[in-house]
Ligand binder design. Structure first.
Ligand SMILES: Cc1cc2nc3c(=O)[nH]c(=O)nc-3n(C[C@H](O)[C@H](O)[C@H](O)COP(=O)(O)O)c2cc1C
Length: 362
């Protein structure tokens, strides 16, 4: 199974399954001398962790990271950093009744069609549990970006029909995002969002939504002009997360109905720097960062594993019904937020280090 590595100069490789012994990441290319201990990884792992609130899955994983290599006396050495996150609360028996059935909307059928087998216990490698490894690596990437003043914040923009009003995405703080269990900075909507999620859980159903991700203080010049455009790599980063169905940046799909004269972001200068008056381009032009805030959105589908009964087929193609007894999030968005931040941080760090390697002076 190839395809477990992401990035070029700053590169991660992950291994592990939902109901295996652990998830693992090897981070290659981290600069030496960065202060780093497990305490730096834990806050984002805690934000990703299952069982964190009444609106997430009740699987209860401590997700305690262990750094096995690549640091000495609390600093990175420049050698590969291996991180281990053990699985503690897998209940594989919950999945035995779906062993011979395909869950609609999940990776069961395609995994089987490709490999001729599937780990039915929690989805194996297609489970979002794999993202523990990415979130741990993303915490390192965020620390590297912070040395340049670059900050990444993601939050819930939409749950079902409820759309948050965020007048200035660049002003949203981590404290605002973490002030409620949905991770939505629009306090007016939080209670309605929680009630909607709880209602769908009671109905044996689930609900989709969208996240917005903002990177501020990104210097101009990150990204390569052709295949490795920053917008392409960020899209790949977000699409590589489970359940992501659409990614847009800046004005996004709205450009389809916009005139050029309205869409163009006009250049001006501010404190002797070239900036644009508006940010329809979402901080990237020609696949290269412009220095304006990078603004992305990802639409995340409703959880496919449902306690309510749905028609499906057996692995032999016979009609049957399925209801999933395992523990699942009724809405993926609250726990998706740290994952989206991690993938954005990994991509920006990779491009930052690539840019520095090619252009050491700027
Ligand atoms: C935070 C998060 C948690 C998830 N938890 C579940 C879950 O408990 N049950 C489930 O069926 N899918 C869950 N998923 C989604 C599946 O992993 C995903 O839908 C599946 O692998 C199929 O991939 P695709 O939706 O990208 O096609 C989760 C996704 C995210 C982002």
């Amino acid at each position: 199974m190839p395809g477990n590595t992401f990035g070029h100069t700053f590169r991660i490789t992950t291994a592990g399954e939902s109901h295996g012994r652990a998830n693992i990441v090897i981070v290659d290319g981290c600069p030496p001398n960065l202060p780093l201990t497990e305490a730096d990884l834990q806050p984002d792992l805690d934000r990703r962790r299952p069982g964190q609130s009444k609106i997430t899955t009740q699987r209860n994983e401590p997700d305690t990271a262990q750094i096995l290599s690549g640091t000495f006396e609390g600093r990175t050495t420049g050698t590969p950093i291996a991180i281990l996150i053990p699985n503690a609360d897998a209940r594989s028996a919950d999945y035995s009744q779906i062993k011979d059935k395909y869950r609609p909307g999940h990776a069961d059928y395609t995994f089987d069609a490709k490999f001729g087998f599937r780990d039915y216990r929690g989805g194996g490698r297609s489970s979002a549990r794999e993202t523990t490894a990415r979130v741990a690596a993303g915490a390192i990437a965020k620390k590297i970006l912070a040395t340049k003043g670059i900050r990444i914040t993601a939050y819930v923009k939409q749950i079902g029909h409820l759309i948050a009003d965020i007048p200035d995405p660049t002003a949203v703080t981590l404290e605002q995002v973490e002030s409620n269990i949905v991770r939505c900075p629009d306090q007016q909507l939080v209670q309605q969002m929680i009630e909607l999620i709880e209602q769908l859980r009671r109905d044996g159903d689930s609900i989709g939504g969208a996240a917005e991700i903002v990177a501020t203080n990104t210097p101009p010049g990150l990204g390569e002009p052709v295949f490795d455009k920053l917008k392409a790599d960020l899209a790949k980063a977000l699409f590589s997360l489970p359940a992501v169905m659409a990614v847009e940046y800046g004005a996004g799909f709205a450009v389809a109905t916009t005139k050029g004269s309205d869409n163009n972001d006009l250049f001006t200068t501010q404190y002797e720097k070239i900036v644009t008056k508006t940010n329809n381009h979402g901080g990237m032009l020609g696949g290269i960062s412009s220095g304006m805030p990078i603004i992305l959105r990802a639409a995340v589908k409703p959880t496919s594993s449902l306690p309510r009964e749905q028609p499906t087929v057996t692995t032999q193609g016979q009609p049957t019904t399925i209801s999933t007894k395992g523990r699942h999030d009724p809405c993926l968005l609250p726990r998706f937020i740290p994952m989206a931040e991690a993938m954005t941080a990994l991509t920006l760090t990779d491009h930052l280090l690539r840019h520095q390697a090619q252009n050491p002076s700027p």
